[in-house]
Design a protein around this ligand. Structure first.
Ligand code: PLP
Length: 508
């Protein structure tokens, strides 16, 4: 009898609960922290005691409930209506406003585009739909165009303010335009596009206009209730011409991940994005989102946290975030060698260098050693290399802001002494000459080793040299290489610390 090969062999079960949870905790030990405000991208911490625990308890109660069938689980309809109503009331909705709860900002953006494409096709006979996008919109809209077959029309933004110009949008609209998108605010620079002017241009031409308020909507909406603070320019559904809006609850709603709302002018618009199917032998299908089976856990968690924090609570959180962002922006501007890009109107900062001897990506590597994560944003189309900071309520409080500014000042000094990460110009030129569509495995391996990425996909400790290479490559080549890097990480045979224990003849 041949022994089973280890990779195909049976897996030992029955590990004790305590062991399993200890192993999960050990895995988390290598991650960035999700609480405390030092990870300034990807995570959102309200800093409030009990909010996260409440979300976890609500999530556990609804984890097994399936939002796929609202007739079997009416609780899902009740919770979703309550959450959507809340978002609509905050963000300029009226009696006709309709909405959908989705798994996140990307899904909200995808559905906004899909809905617009279907409406353009069905009501205007558009056969080659176009999506008009400022160059600063979130990547999710390019994903939507790629998935749903729309042609993107990119509109450059003002090189100083990073806001799109309404006349440039107007010039980009054609009879084939299905949707125009603006950001409130943009992820990269935290600035708000001229929503009212753009929506008016779109509306005048009978074209839909989506406001991507994924990251800033909940924050800016509540900031309006905070007396005495500067008010954001109008950006929501109350603006004439705005036909849909996305707002993520798992960002400044501080709810559990997997929570966003997509609002529509009315249910007649919303229905174009739904999928219904009765031509198969199974159950009749109607999906408002991209998922089939979907856990009601994130919805229940979102509802619970919204009920718990409430309008006054969110207003106070917005006030704190505003204060911390303003203090950080002022402190950073006062640091020699750094500047804040544009005039951020929300809670996001893009910090660039104004000194050729100072590489912001080296600053990011340096300050990471002090426990801060600032997110590198490579140079693109007039936007210089910079560091992104998402300021959440956990950053608020003079102590954290003071610590960050002090650590940043020291990191800047160390980065200056180290000098910028550089790329051999000859290598960069050779790489730039590669045709992304014709790369074989050898060229891929070569390009990755140039960036310091090994055959196992392991990233080097310091990211500045990798980012320097990445920045020197044409974006299309980078887009060819990124999946190769990640593909080297996701290999079952690579095993790793979470590998299942095997049982076989040897183990008995
Ligand atoms: C975060 C974000 C998205 C995408 O949201 P996910 O929740 O990450 O899928 C879209 N637009 C903007 C402006 C964002 O900041």
């Amino acid at each position: 009898m041949t022994a089973p090969t280890p990779s195909a062999g049976p897996v030992a079960g029955g590990a004790p609960r305590r062991d399993i949870l200890d192993r999960l905790d050990a895995l988390r030990g290598t991650d960035l922290p999700v609480r405390g405000g030092r990870t300034m991208a990807y995570v959102y911490d309200s800093g409030l005691d009990g909010a996260e625990e409440l979300a976890a308890a609500a999530q556990a109660r609804f984890a097994g409930v399936n939002g796929l069938d609202m007739t079997a689980f009416p609780s899902v309809v009740a919770l979703e209506n309550a959450v959507v109503e809340r978002a609509a009331r905050l963000l300029g909705g009226g009696p006709d406003t309709a909405g959908t709860f989705t798994s996140g900002g990307t899904e909200s953006c995808l559905l906004a585009v899909l809905t617009a494409r279907e409406r353009a096709r069905r009501t205007r006979g558009v056969t080659a739909p176009e999506l008009v996008l400022p160059t600063t919109v979130h990547a999710a809209f390019h994903k939507a165009a790629a998935l749903f077959g729309l042609r993107t029309v990119s509109v450059p933004v003002d090189p100083v303010t990073y806001r799109v110009r309404p006349e440039d949008i107007a010039a980009a609209i054609t009879p084939e335009t299905a949707l125009v998108v603006v950001s409130a605010p943009s992820y990269a620079h935290g600035v708000i596009d001229p929503v009212a002017e753009v929506a008016a241009e779109a509306g005048r031409r009978g074209v839909l206009c989506h406001v991507d308020a994924c990251i800033g909507g909940w924050y800016l909406g509540h900031l309006r209730y905070a007396d005495g603070l500067p008010q954001p320019s109008a950006f929501d559904l109350s603006v004439p011409g705005v036909t849909s809006l996305s707002v993520d609850l798992h960002k400044y709603g501080y709810t559990a991940k997997g929570a966003s709302v997509l609002l529509f002018r009315d249910a007649e618009l919303r229905r174009h994005g739904w999928f219904a199917h009765a031509s198969w032998p199974g159950y009749p299908v109607v999906n408002a989102t991209l998922q089939g089976t979907k856990s009601a856990g994130p919805l229940a968690a979102a509802w619970a946290v919204l009920e718990h924090i409430g309008t006054d609570g969110y207003t106070e959180l917005s006030r704190r975030v505003h204060g911390a962002t303003a203090s950080l922006a002022a402190g950073i501007a006062a640091l020699d060698g750094l500047r804040v890009l544009g005039r951020p109107e929300a809670s996001l900062l893009a910090v660039a260098s104004e000194d050729p001897a100072l590489d912001v990506f080296v600053v990011a590597d340096e300050i990471r050693a002090d426990g801060w994560y600032l997110q590198p944003q490579p140079a693109f189309d007039g936007s210089p290399a910079n560091l992104h900071l998402t300021v959440t309520a956990a950053v608020a409080g003079e102590e954290t802001v003071r610590l960050l500014l002090a650590d940043l000042a020291k990191a800047v000094e160390r980065a200056r002494a180290l000098g910028p990460a550089t790329v051999d110009p000859a290598l960069a030129e050779a790489a730039a000459g590669l045709d992304p569509d014709a790369l074989g495995p050898e060229e891929v391996g070569l390009a990755l080793s140039l960036a310091g990425i090994g055959a196992d996909g392991a990233l080097p400790e310091r990211m500045a040299p990798v980012l320097a290479v990445l920045q020197a490559l044409p974006p299309r080549l980078t887009e060819r290489l990124l999946p190769e890097v990640v593909g080297r990480l996701y290999r079952p045979e690579a095993g790793g610390p979470a590998r299942a224990a095997e049982s076989g003849p040897e183990e008995g």
